[in-house]
Design a binder for this molecule. Structure first.
Ligand code: FAD
Ligand code: NAP
Length: 314
């Protein structure tokens, strides 16, 4: 049966920002409720090795997120498997509606809804999504054993995905629209050394083609951005790795956003344009977008919420 729960601090999101906020808000005796959303553990659950989270020379992304969840729970954070579908920030207590039918009211809200994969927006990409076109190598790479694959993008995600996919694929072609990668040098070095990966510079995906019954990819046509020349690349899998967009749908009409939807916070704090509402992690960060920076902002959001609530009690 649907119920209404009240909490001093409602944390929305279960990535590094949300769980870290959970640890700090619990230790401040705020008895927070954390709603996990559709992707418990957040983006790191879609990757393999994480090598840059302090304290771990190497850890699997999903394992790190389980440790963070356990840490938050051990400190007293209540973790709920629900998705917030509506958030009313017009008056306090704030009200959030869950997909479960439950309602959550809160004296302060910490938004940590992170970011989601971007797509190119092509008709043929949409047609084969889930049938050869993917944005998650860790989730879908296994389906392409001994097959040829293309990866689109030039950032850390694209290079990591290309490297990871060589575990399965016979060949990986990385398609990038420029002749320079954004990815860290260490990843670029690994890419260059990998004999299974070929990089096609100055090219963009033009079309994904394949069969209708059964629905499946047979190849892509790519276009040289300088010459317009079209090249046909036969492949069974297409991984789009062109970055992420902030998951700010819940608040895009109620909070100040910028740079394509990132929630604006007061410099040096996690305070949004509505007092009592704090934002942390990739939702608000268009520059660093790392697990450790998200965790740091989660800590800041909990401390900011604690200070805000203490001021209300004065
Ligand atoms: P996210 O991890 O994006 O989590 C967002 C959370 O919000 C999710 O739990 C989701 O379910 C929840 N949510 C969204 N909407 C709702 C809603 N309506 N209701 C309730 N909950 C909701 N960073 C590194 O530092 N090192 C790496 O090695 C690294 N590797 C990466 C590999 C890949 C493939 C990707 C995609 C990213 C990688 N990153 C890495 C970046 C890192 O994952 C992010 O910076 C970090 O996860 C952001 O954390 P976050 O807490 O802000 O949000
Ligand atoms: P990103 O750094 O924003 O890179 C996106 C890439 O996709 C860029 O190379 C961009 O090209 C290309 N691109 C964007 N739109 C395109 C389009 N329409 N058509 C063709 N190409 C397009 O995104 P990301 O790689 O997902 O990384 C996101 C954040 O997560 C970064 O901060 C990154 O450091 C972090 N991350 C970290 C790790 C790690 O630390 N190991 C791993 C993964 C992600 P241009 O270069 O030409 O703009």
């Amino acid at each position: 049966m649907a119920e209404t729960r009240h909490t001093k601090v409602l944390i929305i999101g279960s990535g590094p920002a949300g769980y870290t906020a959970g640890v700090y808000a619990s230790r401040a005796m705020l008895e927070p409720i954390l709603v996990q959303g559709i992707e418990p553990g957040g983006q790191l659950t879609t990757t393999t090795e994480v090598e840059n989270y302090p304290g771990f020379t190497e850890v699997q992304g999903p394992d790190l997120m389980i440790k963070m969840q356990e840490h938050a729970q051990a400190m007293g954070c209540e973790i709920i498997g629900d998705i917030i579908t509506d958030l009313d920030l017009s008056k306090r207590p704030f009200t959030a509606k869950g997909d479960s039918g439950n309602t959550y009211t809160a004296d302060a809200v910490i938004l940590a809804t992170g970011a989601r994969a971007k797509w190119l927006g092509m008709e043929s990409e949409e047609k084969f999504k889930g049938f050869g076109v993917s944005a998650c190598a860790t989730c879908d790479g296994f389906f392409y054993r001994s097959q040829e694959i293309v990866v689109v993008g030039g950032g850390n995600t694209a290079v990591e995905e290309a490297l990871f996919l060589t575990n399965f694929a016979s060949k990986v072609t990385l398609i990038h629209r420029r002749d320079e990668l954004r990815a860290e040098k260490i990843l670029q070095n690994r890419l260059e050394k990998n004999p299974k990966i070929e990089t096609l510079w100055f090219n963009q995906l033009d079309e994904v083609y394949g069969t209708d019954a059964p629905l499946g990819v047979e190849g892509v046509k790519v276009k040289n951005v300088k010459t317009g020349e079209i090249t046909d690349i036969p492949c069974k899998g297409v991984f789009i790795a062109i970055g992420h967009a902030p998951a700010s749908e819940l608040v895009k009409d109620t909070l100040d956003t910028h740079m394509g939807g990132y929630v604006v916070t007061k410099p040096g704090t996690t305070q949004t344009s509505v007092p009592g509402v704090f934002a942390a992690g990739d939702l608000t960060d268009h520059i660093y977008r790392q697990a450790v920076t998200s965790a740091g902002m989660g800590c800041m959001a909990a401390l900011d919420a604690e200070r805000f609530l203490a001021e209300q009690d004065d």
